[in-house]
Design a protein around this ligand. Structure first.
Ligand SMILES: [Ca+2]
Length: 399
């Protein structure tokens, strides 16, 4: 009997403990005032709590001591029993819920604003308008920036194209004869070559596209009555060149060496005197050796009207330039043991022997100006000063 009574007591306790509400019976845990809260929230623009937003099972106290509960069920509907009942019964734990939106961020509670303030709509439109205006400004600035970058890129592309053309020209245009094939015009014009001096000392010369078919690279020039350029210069100056293509100039022995050792060249010398007469001397073969050999001169195959003052028609004497090294006032390579021809006579640089039959780099002297040594070509006008001279080279037609 006692055992029976004890069993009944235990079963009664277990029945009470099955509920997840802390021991209260489901029927005694019916939510209080659910609709009142929902209606009040809806009308006041407050908060609405949905079942899916509320944690379940945390209810420790009844709704009569400060906790509020909202459900979507009718207040007259009986909640399901058991575990389903616990899902049905919304619990907000220890979070108090009221119309104060300041509590909206509390854990376990979500909300949504039901009736946005009209002022907020107005401010939103203003912001949107302002945003569009800002967007236009930003896009305009982006366009301007992109335009600048595009122009910069165009400029760089143009520069690269020009550089490519220059490089191609350096590789394919060695002298004025190469220009002739790509130039439709005639006459003479200036052109700048970039010889092999590690990018230094570009040389600007006159290209004669008229004389004897054209294609001549002018390597020395003395204009009539011109004393613009002093030709009494040092070894270095004669080596690298001096003067100006627009007036008088010497192209430089190193450039002559580079040209005449890359191709077979012919040399043409054009002269004029103060009587208005002209003459020329042409050599089918012309080249100079390197600096180690004093830029020694080699000419052959003379033809022309001025006489062979460089080769002396093959008869070597003390004045023949052919086979001589170059001499300046500071570099004595002539064959005279007594003097330096350039220094002694002050006649510039030349392929002096024991001096020469010709010197086109002498001081410019007008007709009748003293009896010294000027620009001379003895085989034509003996010791008379000449009015002008031009030395020019072109690849030989029959190398
Ligand atoms: Ca000497």
């Amino acid at each position: 009997m006692f055992l029976t009574l004890l069993l009944v007591t235990l079963l009664t306790d277990c029945s009470k403990g099955r509920t997840l509400d802390g021991g209260r019976g489901a029927s005694s845990f019916r939510p209080q005032y659910p609709m009142e809260i929902a209606d009040r929230d809806a009308h006041n623009g407050g908060i609405v709590i949905g079942l899916n937003d509320i944690q379940t099972g945390g209810m420790e106290k009844g709704g009569d001591d400060g906790y509020s509960i909202a459900t979507s069920e009718s207040p007259d509907s009986d909640p399901p029993s058991g575990e389903v009942e616990n899902n049905y019964i919304a619990s907000v734990g220890n979070v108090a819920i009221d119309e104060n939106v300041d509590n909206e961020e509390e854990e376990g509670v979500s909300y949504e604003r039901m009736d946005p303030e009209p002022e907020e709509n107005n401010s939103f439109d203003v912001d949107l308008f302002q945003g569009e205006s800002d967007l236009v400004v930003i896009m305009r600035r982006m366009y301007e920036s992109l335009t600048k970058r595009l122009n910069l890129l165009k400029s760089r592309v143009t520069s690269v194209e020009q550089t490519a053309r220059d490089i191609l020209a350096r590789l394919t245009v060695m002298d004025c004869s190469d220009l002739k094939r790509s130039t439709s015009g005639s006459g003479s014009y200036e052109y700048t070559f970039h010889m092999d001096h590690n990018g230094k000392r570009p040389v600007t010369v006159i290209c004669d596209m008229e004389t004897d078919g054209g294609g001549w690279t002018v390597v020395q020039r003395r204009l009539p009555h011109s004393k613009a350029v002093n030709f009494d210069r040092s070894w270095h100056d004669y080596k690298v060149g001096f003067g100006h293509a627009s007036t008088d100039y010497w192209v430089g022995l190193e450039n002559l060496y580079i040209w005449t050792n890359a191709r077979h060249y012919e040399l043409r010398i054009e002269l004029s005197d103060f009587d208005g007469d002209t003459a020329y001397a042409q050599y089918d073969r012309f080249y100079v050796e390197g600096e180690d050999e004093g830029y020694r001169l080699h000419v052959s195959g003379y033809s022309g009207t001025a006489g062979d003052s460089l080769g002396n028609e093959g008869k070597s004497d003390n004045f023949t330039a052919n086979g001589m090294m170059f001499t300046t006032h500071d570099e004595d390579h002539d064959t005279s043991h007594e003097i330096n021809c350039a220094k002694y006579w002050k006649i510039g640089g030349w392929w002096f022997n024991r001096c020469s039959w010709a010197n086109l780099n002498g001081p410019y002297r007008e007709q009748g100006e003293g009896d010294g040594i000027g620009i001379n070509w003895h085989m034509w006008r003996n010791k008379e000063y000449l009015r002008s001279s031009t030395m020019m080279i072109r690849p030989s037609r029959d190398p």
